[in-house]
Design a protein around this ligand. Structure first.
Ligand code: NAP
Length: 229
């Protein structure tokens, strides 16, 4: 099935957490890291998160820098990316900022059982987000995005989504930004949940880049291909 080139991006603590256990979103990234992620966003066609991230963080998922927004427009794109939310249950609020900000399309992929009710709720809220039926396989979502012209997709979490993409072997690139501190809270979410990962010890990824960005470590991993293995 054709699918977009898929980059997973995540900021984590030294002990592998991507948030703390509190109600407010913890900022793990430095200003420099946010800026690099903004550049990554600006180079993509669409950005995807899970419903858990929408419910807990209410992110906007915009391209922030005016220069990058202007560059995208001069290249014939919208200033923002197509925004994609996965919600099997359909349990996302049409008033969430991801659906009410930005100048590009918004897509909500829901399970078959939730499609009709979710579409009605979004229509009643006069949301212009499109509710699309997705199977539980994220590969089907990627195939649908490819058919809509998405060639480069940025996946920005959270735990459930990273786990599904990485167990299904759907990441073409992984960018991890490691913050120089520990969380140590068992109630906090980790980068991934337990699962049968494609890249276990028998099939490690290739470290394509490792560098310091201030006190953060930026690591870029690629899957092993037959040529690189
Ligand atoms: N540090 C970082 O870089 C970073 C980035 C993003 C998020 N986070 C953190 O991650 C945490 C949230 O993680 P999370 O695991 O709770 O949530 P999540 O991964 O954002 O969303 C999980 C939800 O996505 C939906 N879903 C997953 N796969 C699907 C599929 N194939 N088809 C349809 N729907 C699918 C389900 O929604 P339903 O429940 O609606 O069925 C599932 O419960 C937050 O604490 C947030 O701050 C951190």
């Amino acid at each position: 099935m054709p699918r977009p080139y898929t980059l997973l991006s995540c900021a984590m603590s030294l002990d592998g957490y991507i948030d703390d256990g509190g109600p407010e979103r913890l900022r793990l990234s430095s200003a420099e890291d946010f800026d690099e992620v903004d550049e990554l966003r600006a180079g993509c066609d669409a950005i995807l998160v899970g419903a858990g991230t929408v419910r807990s963080d209410d992110p906007r998922l915009l391209v922030r820098s005016p220069e990058r927004r202007a560059r995208r427009v001069s290249q014939g794109h919208t200033a923002d990316l197509v925004k994609v939310v996965l919600s099997e249950s359909g349990g996302v609020d049409p008033a969430a900022r991801v659906f009410t900000t930005g100048d590009a399309a918004k897509l909500v992929y829901v399970g078959a059982a939730a499609r009709a009710a979710t579409a009605r709720r979004f229509a009643a809220a006069r949301s212009d987000a499109e509710v699309v039926e997705a199977g539980s396989d994220p590969a089907a979502v990627l195939a649908d995005l490819a058919a809509r012209g998405v060639r480069r997709l940025l996946v920005e979490g959270g735990t459930g989504v990273h786990t599904r993409f990485l167990t299904a072997g759907l990441a073409d690139e992984l960018r991890v930004a490691v913050a120089p501190f520990f969380i140590g809270d068992p109630a906090a979410p980790r980068f991934v949940a337990p699962g049968a990962f494609l890249h276990g010890p028998a099939a490690p990824m290739r470290l394509a880049e490792a560098r310091a960005l201030g006190d953060m470590a930026i690591l870029r991993y690629l899957p092993q291909t037959p040529e690189t293995a």
